[in-house]
Ligand binder design. Structure first.
Ligand code: F6P
Length: 557
């Protein structure tokens, strides 16, 4: 693997530094002097329309960012990823979530093996299963139809499916509900199984490694919940191991890359859907990890979702950097982080259905680019991953927008909105979706153009209050619009952010596909177990703060 290029040593970086030194943000003036600005800095990718013009950029900065992308060989890395090269160097793996949405005529090889037929064979299996559940052919052990599908997983085995399910609720099947258990806090399982009938409930245990403590614990609890419920309903005789196994086979399926571990756990291999080590957990919603979603929305819609991802993959793979939306957005984020000094990035969907999208993006972006070393083990030479966060508009407007408008920190924002609502409701003569969109349009304008002291005075404001009511403006935002939130458009949005994340990782020279920082936490939690149970030696080995907390717990439990 070639060593990463240090971006700070490139001519493009020096040019960008000069751009920054000469920058005098003036979005009002820039728009006034340049009537073509909005058009020139707006781009289309598949069904997405992306307006970058309200960012603190001009044509020269964009050209220098593109030059930076070329200088760090973004195009070469992109080609390597799509070709199945092992660009996840710290884990020695290919990075091929794009193969999950490849068309059957494509050939993508890993170690000389074409993975595309495998992908489609697994999809066929998932689709057949989804149809059986949706049609009522797959029944619980007592012959009842499945009414609730409960996904048990965490991180990438949860955040993608739950986000997509919530986003595509209008495409769900009536009478079939999905629930998601992720946290090892027993409250999660308790609440998510509340009021469910075990005879009508199907669990999908999703774990790439099938070793994750949270997921395996919850799967065992779910097994007990199911069997206790079936025994109580006299559907399974108590202590009858064979009957129990039969019940489990009707109420548990699994998704994993570790099929032998699934079998050890007691789930029938015939009820198991696989994927591959070249799919990272946070990039896996288009694999069997999305099985619960395929059940909810059906195979046809799931195929549209994958096609949307593929459309964005093709845009990213083939479009020159000058018009390549994920590349431009990734490079823009580099500008914001490394030159403008942004520490965070807000994602603000004007769509209640996308309420889990910011949480999904937190794992995608921060587990990928929250790194301090490069892929050759050397330290990074710049700041890396920014903190992603957000909430849907308009709720966020009444919570944290104050800081974005008038605070001392720069917070680049992505606004996402759809021309057509899922539910065209009216309040008298008022189209409520229009009222909603009016907020979206107004917010991006207010951030960019602010409100001057003279404008505030012209409203008759008392002079003593003028400064508090001034909006400085020049707050960068990107607006993303699409006709409506369909499965395809959602797939496009996900792939867009995957490739933005990739672009930033390439500039910073980091492996965006490992997550060693999370592995430590998994080990530490297990190591602390004996101390909690009261083992004096284990307790003595804890630091004074942790020991004090454990002792508090033991005294108050
Ligand atoms: O949080 C760390 C992590 O490894 C994520 O990358 C992953 O999505 C999650 O745990 C769940 O892992 P698994 O699917 O193997 O249970």
């Amino acid at each position: 693997m070639t060593a990463p290029v240090d971006p700070t040593t490139t001519t493009a970086w020096a040019d960008l530094q000069q751009d920054y030194d000469q920058l005098e943000p003036d979005l009002r003036g820039w728009f006034a002097d340049d009537p073509e600005r909005a058009e020139r800095l707006s781009f289309d990718a598949a069904d997405l329309h992306v307006d970058l013009s309200k960012n603190l950029i001009d044509d020269k900065i964009v050209a220098d960012l593109v030059a930076l992308g070329r200088a760090v060989d973004l195009e070469g890395r992109r080609a390597a990823m799509f070709a199945g090269e092992k660009i996840n160097v710290t884990e020695g793996r290919a990075v091929l979530h794009t193969a999950l949405r490849a068309t059957p005529d494509q050939h993508i090889e890993v170690d000389g093996h074409d993975v595309v037929p495998d992908v489609h064979a697994e999809l066929d299996k998932i689709y057949a299963f989804a149809e059986r559940v949706r049609s009522g052919e797959w029944r619980g052990v007592t012959g009842k139809r499945i009414r609730a599908v409960v996904n048990i997983g965490i991180g990438g085995s949860d955040l993608g499916p739950v986000m997509v399910y919530e986003a595509l609720r209008p495409y769900g099947q009536e009478g079939l509900e999905l629930r998601f258990i992720s946290n090892i806090d027993p409250t999660d399982l308790f609440e998510k199984t509340a009021y469910l009938d075990p005879e009508e409930t199907l669990f999908i245990v999703v774990s790439k490694t099938f070793t994750t403590l949270e997921t395996l614990t919850n799967a065992r609890l779910a097994k007990s919940w199911l069997l206790d419920g079936l025994v109580a309903a006299a559907a399974v005789p108590e202590g009858d191991a064979e009957a129990q196994l039969k019940a489990i086979s009707k109420h548990f399926v699994a998704v994993s890359t570790a099929l032998e571990k699934v079998a050890e756990f007691g789930i029938d291999p015939a009820n198991t859907f696989g994927f591959w080590d070249w799919v990272g957990g946070r990039y896996s919603v288009g694999s069997a990890v999305g099985t619960s979603v395929a059940v909810a929305i059906g195979p046809e819609r799931f195929a549209e979702f994958l096609a949307g991802m593929h459309a964005m993959d093709e845009h990213f793979r083939t479009t020159p950097l000058e018009r390549n939306v994920p590349a431009l957005m990734g490079l823009l984020n580099v500008w914001d982080v490394n030159f403008l000094g942004a520490h965070t990035h807000a994602v603000l969907p004007y769509s209640q259905y996308l309420h889990r999208f910011p949480a999904y993006l937190q794992q995608l972006t921060m587990e990928s680019n929250g790194k301090s070393v490069r892929w050759d083990g050397s330290p990074v030479t710049t700041e890396t991953g920014e903190v992603f966060w957000g909430e849907p508009g308009t709720n966020g407007q009444h919570a944290f927008y104050q800081l974005i408008h008038q605070g001392t920190r720069i917070v680049p924002t992505d606004f996402i909105a759809f021309a057509n609502p899922a539910h065209p409701l009216k309040d008298g003569a008022q189209d409520v979706h229009e009222l909603f969109l009016a907020n979206f349009f107004a917010q991006t304008a207010a951030l960019a153009f602010g409100k001057t002291a003279d404008e505030v005075r012209a409203e008759g404001t008392d002079e003593s209050l003028v400064s508090a009511r001034v909006f400085p403006g020049n707050r960068p935002s990107t607006s993303i619009m699409a006709p409506s939130l369909t499965p395809s458009v959602l797939g496009q949005l996900i792939a867009l952010y995957e490739h933005i994340t990739f672009t930033q990782g390439v500039v910073w020279g980091i492996d965006s596909f490992d997550q060693w920082g999370v592995e430590l936490g998994k080990k530490l939690a297990i190591a602390v177990g004996p101390a909690i149970e009261g083992d004096a030696d284990a307790l003595a080995k804890q630091d004074p703060s942790t020991r004090g907390l454990i002792e508090y717990y033991r005294a108050h439990r």
